[in-house]
Write a protein that binds this ligand. Structure first.
Ligand code: SF4
Ligand code: SF4
Length: 179
């Protein structure tokens, strides 16, 4: 097979100084900066709303809008009497690729329902947010729609959610149920 030799273009004097490339970079950055500043200033006075400037969210006071289907912190749904909808079928525990769900089943006092969880633990430190647990659940008992994304803890232990935290998620940062 014939080999095609490609000659590299020799760098000229100015190319070797890198000044043209640096100048081009500065020009592009400055153009974006002044354009965004110009439109953001107009927006302050209610003008040129059709032209967008780059947006900076003042996190954590201001949250970036999330898509409706964004998977966020899990929660367990409840029946009308407040008990968990979960019937401890173990399908979520089985499908979870990170093995971060741990359920202990017990008998349900309602004769129409066989089982319910005695404990339901989920380790967010291991979860990969795949959403398989939500998809596989036959009872719509687990969802990832709390809109809580800023999850942090001081220890691995602190990343674990028990049934109480899963049943009662809150968006208030001051709430101890929130991680
Ligand atoms: S989102 Fe995925 S990794 Fe996380 S608990 Fe559910 S199945 Fe497991
Ligand atoms: S799949 Fe649903 S009903 Fe089954 S154990 Fe998980 S949360 Fe409970």
């Amino acid at each position: 097979m014939a080999t095609k030799v490609i000659k590299r273009k020799e760098l000229g004097f100015w190319d070797k100084t890198y000044l043209p490339a640096v100048g081009r970079g500065l020009w592009i950055t400055s153009r974006h900066f002044f354009r965004n500043m110009f439109f953001q200033t107009l927006h302050l006075f209610g003008l040129a709303k059709n032209f967008s400037g780059a947006v900076t969210y003042q996190y954590p006071e201001e949250q970036r809008p999330l898509s409706k289907r964004t998977r966020t912190r899990h929660r367990l749904t409840k029946r009308e009497d407040g008990s968990p909808r979960c019937v401890a079928c173990m399908m979520c525990e089985t499908v979870c690729p990170a093995r971060c769900i741990n359920i202990v089943a017990k008998e349900n006092p309602d004769p129409n329902i066989e089982k319910m969880p005695a404990s339901f633990d989920l380790d967010l430190g291991m979860c990969v947010y795949c959403g398989y647990c939500v998809e596989v659940c036959p009872e719509d008992a687990i969802r990832m729609d709390t809109r809580i994304l800023d999850i942090a803890a001081y220890s691995r232990e602190g990343m674990k959610l028990d049934m109480e935290k899963l049943l009662n998620p809150t968006t208030s940062p001051a709430d101890p149920n929130r991680i």
